[in-house]
Design a protein around this ligand. Sequence first.
Ligand SMILES: [Zn+2]
Ligand SMILES: [Zn+2]
Length: 365
Amino acid sequence: MPTTTRAAVTRSKGVVEIEDIRIEDPQPDEVLVRIESSGICRTDLEIIDRTVDLPLPIVAGHEGAGIVEAVGADVTTVTVGDTVALGIASCGTCPRCRSGHPTYCDNHVPMNFTGLRPDGSTGLRDADNRPIHAHFMRQSAWAGYALAHSSNTVKITQDVDHAVLGPFGCGISTGAGAVWDTLGIEPGTSVAVFGLGAVGQAAVMAAKVAGATTIIAVGNRRPKLDLARELGATHTISQADGNVEDLIRDITGAGVQYSVEAAGKPRVMTTAVDVLAETGHAAITGVAPGQTFPVDAWKMIRGRTVHGTTLGDTPPAVLLPRLVELFHQGRFPVDRLLTHYRLEDIKQAIEDVEDGSTVKAVLHP
Ligand SMILES: [Zn+2]
Ligand SMILES: [Zn+2]
């Protein structure tokens, strides 16, 4: 029996409207999840503004969490009634998946990024029974229900407020995974974090958990700098304070051992490399396709490394429970980043994300 629900549908550039939709029953490798929380992430907005060119009409949303309502015949990892958070999907059989790096799955695009299942079908219909593109990151979680995949549905066992769980799956994972897994930041080290949205604030929290002793948050809005300070930054720098590289060298002497670029801006990526000490490591965490940034080749000769990372290079089944446990213990206060909205108020939520007045908007169907 198809499930009837409401979803935020984009039918033309820049427009998102709440509609009644129908979701078909899960296929053998799928999980039907009743969505309780769903974050708004930059990539969702790039679908709406057509920077990311997925076919229309489409339901976006890729930071979903909720309760399992039904499972396909082949799903063994979750069962009806489980609380789950949704991450990125992967094939499980390519060399990247088999070597423990499913965020770099060879089938990343067909699994996550076409608006259809890999077989070309869609499980969503509008009120007139016309197909709607979905399955974005195998969720399309801006809806009352989502068809997730066995590979991206992670059981959460901790007794935590479900309202916070959605954003764990992308933005929070990206910032934390970049610090712990991509960079492997050790206790007693120095790190600079550029950009203080959800990814950057998660990187600050993760650096504190990892034991970094100099954590420099760089941004351009005072409230976000103040928040970073409360979450673990030992120093904050506003871009209005002067030359960021000089200011970081005033604090660290030789430069930082690690940097995380979470602003998504090529010129900031260059700065994230320039502020490194020799043998330092920079991680770049997100950018729209087709952009480049200059790097001083001599600085690279001096032992520096630039890492790109997708979702922190950690399997969701490993990272999501780790993050939720730290939240449960009060050591990763993700709730401090969140502003909550009803799904019906998505236009207001998007406005608040775009003007920077909220760090992470979370929708509740
Ligand atoms: Zn794969
Ligand atoms: Zn995202």
